[in-house]
Ligand binder design. Structure first.
Ligand code: SF4
Length: 406
């Protein structure tokens, strides 16, 4: 929240559809609207993201992020938010009356998600600026007429985000030799024990961010590279784990890889609807070779430790169907020991898919995931760490002589 700026018009966009956010970015860079903000006495227009819309533009444009799902009400209490615009999903029902208390303009934009107490400015995909320009003008109007005291917590965290599956290629293989080979090599030689996607929501039934942060710390300590989407990565960014120097918290093997490449041990890939990017990365690992014939063979897992959104279940199921062990926390919507529950938690794996798991505490989740990864490493025959032998010229010449003799 330290990215809010009292001297500027502050606009927050929250939801899931990047087109609203893209259009607002265009509006806040319009010289006419910037002039209007200046006339109102503002030093500029400050745009921030929240939840998954925010995670998307954080990755694509480096727009600062003001907090995950559990912060969406709290941010209004700063009094500094001149306007909040939302589209669909993860919009707390109390936002409209809360915004009213602070004089913050609150807009819904999607015809499927209107809210009592909110002003609706419909977003037309063919004329997007009609909606976003109006939102920006309304925000400038509120800036001029601010009536509440402003208290901005002065906390900012730096993070490196935007590791798409395409970028991982370049990060590991270099500009000219883009490849997943270094990742697979380091999994095979044991420096990286496995890869886990820690993704999704923050849940009001548990202490904010606690399960995400403790789980990720335990995983990286055990040499597991973590990839992230959604609100989870904001929890880890606040905890300082999305920076390269966080590699000091990783086990020796993962730390060595992170330091060599200059990457954090926790990689943010985008919003919660970008979990498909993680699956594409898994498919690339299989295609690169050395780690089995399908995603189900890889030493990987997925976990949504604080899921709450119904779509998390749909995402979890396609991850399981793709062959990945997937652990959920807080609650699970099936009844233990029923035929259906047993199919999800056991039967699917026997059919060659992944399977579901459930645990509440971060250390339990980490233990289950590490056991699974070790089981997969055992099956691949890469359980023991194998040191890479560095060859000098004499070793190479000896090899060439041997090959020629054969
Ligand atoms: S990660 Fe979950 S809580 Fe966060 S925006 Fe996405 S669906 Fe909502």
């Amino acid at each position: 929240m330290g990215c809010l700026d009292e001297k500027q018009v502050n606009i927050i966009v929250n939801g899931h559809e990047p087109n609203l956010f893209e259009s607002i970015i265009a509006s806040v860079n319009d010289p006419k609207l910037l002039k209007e903000a200046e006339k109102a006495g503002a030093e500029g227009i400050n745009i921030l993201g929240m939840c998954c819309s925010g995670a998307e533009v954080l990755s694509r444009h480096g727009v600062p992020h003001a907090g995950n799902f559990m912060s969406t009400e709290a941010v209004l209490i700063t009094g500094a938010v001149d306007c909040m615009a939302v589209d669909v999903q993860c919009i707390m029902p109390a936002l409209a009356p809360l915004a009213e208390c602070y004089g913050t303009k609150f807009f819904t934009t999607n015809p499927r998600a209107k809210m009592e107490g909110a002003q609706h400015i419909e977003f037309d995909e063919f004329k997007p600026r009609q909606c976003s320009d109006k939102i920006v003008k309304e925000a400038i109007g509120r800036f001029k007429n601010r009536k509440v005291p402003i208290v901005i917590p002065q906390n900012k965290s730096l993070g490196i985000h935007g590791f798409s599956h395409e970028y991982i290629n370049y990060m590991l293989g270099g500009t000219f030799r883009a490849s997943y080979v270094p990742l697979n090599d380091n999994i095979i030689n044991g420096r990286i024990r496995g890869v886990v996607g820690v993704v999704g929501c923050t849940n009001p039934r548990v202490r904010q961010d606690y399960v995400h942060v403790e789980l990720v710390k335990e995983l990286i300590k055990n040499d597991i590279l973590v990839v992230q989407t959604g609100c989870s990565q904001i929890a880890l960014a606040k905890a300082g784990l999305m920076k390269p120097d966080a590699s000091v918290l990783a086990g020796d093997g993962l730390q060595e890889v992170c330091e060599t490449v200059g990457m954090p041990p926790v990689l943010g890939l985008g919003s919660c609807v970008d979990n498909s990017r993680i699956l594409i990365a898994c498919a690339e690992m299989v295609k690169t070779g050395g780690l089995g014939d399908s995603i189900a063979d890889l030493p990987v897992a997925g976990v949504a430790p604080e899921w709450y959104s119904e779509k998390a279940i749909a995402i979890g199921q396609y991850v399981v169907a793709s062959g990945i062990y997937t652990v959920f926390g807080v609650t699970f919507p099936t009844i233990a020991d029923t035929k259906f529950h047993n199919l999800l938690f056991d039967g699917l794996e026997k059919q060659g898919f992944g399977k579901w798991g459930f645990a509440k505490e971060p250390d339990q989740m980490a233990a289950m995931i590490i056991d699974h990864i070790d089981k997969k490493r055992e099956a691949l025959g890469i359980m023991g760490e194998r040191e890479r032998v560095l060859m000098d010229m004499a070793d190479r010449q000896a090899l060439e002589v041997e090959e020629a003799a054969e």
